[in-house]
Design a protein around this ligand. Structure first.
Ligand code: UT7
Length: 326
C-alpha cells in the first residue's frame, strides 16, 4: 500500500513586509535583496498569532479539499522549529484546536526540511496501515526569532503554514514513492539558534549577547545547499529509475532563487517546471514545501500520475528529496 496526498492547504498571515519596508530599519535595498535572493516581500504574523493558529488555518483548507473531517484524523505530524511554546508540541495544540480526539500527534524538528521529514514519517504510518487519515503540517514563524538588526538574515524569512492530508491508496501508479533524507550534524553551527535551551538557558546574558536569535553563515549554507539538493534529487530519481526528463514538476523549499536556479540547472530540469513563490513569501522554513505544493495544486498544475520531485534543505543540516506520483 502507498499513501496519496488527497488535500492541500496553506495560510499566510495578512501583514506584508516589503523590501522597501526593510530599508527603513536595516541598511539594505530592494535591488540587493531581489538580485541576491529573488525575494520581494514576506508575510509576518500578527502579535496575537502563534504557529498553531497558522497551522489551524492551513489544516482546515487541506481537510476541506480532502473531504476529511478533523474528527477522523488518526495521525498529525507537524514540522516546526518555532512552536507556540517549548512544550507541549504544536501538533498537540493543533489537535486540540481541531477538536480531534483520535489522533496521536507530534512535532518533527528538521527546520526547513521539517515538512519533508514529517511527510516521510506520516507516509510510513499510512503505508503500513497504522493510520488511515493523516495530517502533515509545516509551519514556522521565523520572523519571531530573526535579529531585525542583522541584515544578513532578517531579509530572508517570512511566516506561514502549509498542510497535506494523506490516505492509503491501492493504485500502484500513484502515491508517495520514496524519500531520501540526510543529516550532517557536523555542520550544525552554520545555521542555528543558540538559545534558550538546555545549553544556554534563558538568562540576561543570553539576551545581552543576542543569543536568542537565528545565526547563519549565508555563504556556507548556500554552498552546502546546492550540493545537497542536487545529490539528494539525483538519489531520488535513481532509486525510482527516473531520469530528469521524466519529472513533470519540481516542488522545492523556497530558500533563495539563486540556490534553486543552480540546482535545477545542474539537474538539467527546466526552471519552468518548478513552482516559485519566494518572491511573495521569502523563506518560510517548514511551511515552504507544503505551501508551494498547495499553490501549484490549486493552480491546476497536477494531473493524476504526474511525477513530482520534492526537495528541501535546512538547519541540521538536514535535507532530502522524494518522488510523488500525484
Ligand atoms: O533554508 C536555508 C536558509 N538559508 C539560506 O537559504 C541562506 C543561503 N545563503 C544565501 O541565500 C546567501 O548567502 C545570502 C542571500 C544570505 C547572501 O548572499 P551572498 O551573495 O552570499 O552575499 P554575501 O553574504 O557574500 O555578502 C555580499 C555583500 C557583503 O558585503 P561585503 O562584505 O562584500 O562588503 C554583505 O555585507 O553584501 C552585503 N550584504 C548586504 N547588502 C545589502 C549582506 N546582506 C545585505 C543586505 N543588503 N541585506
Amino acid at each position: 500500500m502507498r499513501s496519496l496526498i488527497v488535500g492541500t492547504g496553506s495560510y499566510s498571515p495578512e501583514k506584508v513586509l516589503t523590501n522597501a519596508d526593510l530599508e527603513k530599519f536595516v541598511e539594505t535595498n530592494d535591488q540587493w535583496i531581489v538580485e541576491r535572493t529573488g525575494i520581494r516581500e514576506r508575510h509576518v504574523g500578527a502579535p496575537d498569532q502563534a504557529s498553531s493558529d497558522l497551522a489551524f488555518e492551513a489544516s482546515k483548507r487541506a481537510l476541506e479539499m480532502a473531504g476529511v473531517s478533523a474528527a477522523d484524523l488518526d495521525l498529525i505530524v507537524l514540522g516546526t522549529i518555532t512552536g507556540d511554546m517549548p512544550w507541549p508540541s504544536t501538533a498537540a495544540l493543533l489537535q486540540g484546536r481541531l477538536g480531534n480526539k483520535k489522533a496521536f500527534a507530534f512535532d518533527v524538528s528538521a527546520a526547513c526540511s521539517g515538512s519533508l521529514y514529517a511527510l516521510s514519517i506520516a507516509d510510513r504510518y499510512v503505508a503500513t496501515g497504522v493510520a488511515k487519515n493523516a495530517l502533515v503540517v509545516g509551519v514556522d514563524m521565523l520572523t519571531r526569532i530573526v535579529d531585525w538588526k542583522d541584515r544578513n538574515t532578517c531579509i530572508l524569512f517570512g511566516d506561514g503554514a502549509g498542510a497535506m492530508v494523506i490516505k492509503p491508496t491501492d493504485d500502484p501508479k500513484r502515491g508517495l514513492q520514496s524519500f531520501h533524507l540526510h543529516t550532517d550534524g557536523s555542520q550544525w553551527a552554520i545555521l542555528h539558534q543558540p538559545g534558550p535551551g538546555s545549553r544556554h538557558p534563558l538568562s540576561q546574558q543570553l539576551l545581552d549577547e543576542r543569543g536568542h536569535y537565528l545565526v547563519m553563515n549565508g555563504r556556507e549554507v548556500y554552498k552546502f545547499a546546492v550540493r545537497a539538493l542536487v545529490d539528494s534529487c539525483r538519489e531520488a530519481l535513481a532509486a525510482n529509475h527516473l531520469s530528469a526528463s521524466d519529472v513533470t514538476y519540481v516542488i522545492a523549499h523556497q530558500a533563495n532563487k539563486r540556490i534553486l536556479d543552480a540546482t535545477l540547472e545542474r539537474l538539467e530540469i527546466p526552471a519552468s517546471k518548478c513552482w516559485m513563490n519566494l518572491e511573495k513569501y521569502g523563506n518560510t522554513s517548514a511551511a515552504s514545501v507544503p505551501t508551494t505544493l498547495d499553490e501549484a495544486n490549486r493552480a491546476g498544475w497536477f494531473k493524476p500520475g504526474d511525477t513530482i520531485l520534492v526537495t528541501a534543505i535546512g538547519a541540521g543540516m538536514a535535507w532530502g528529496a522524494g518522488i510523488i506520483r500525484w
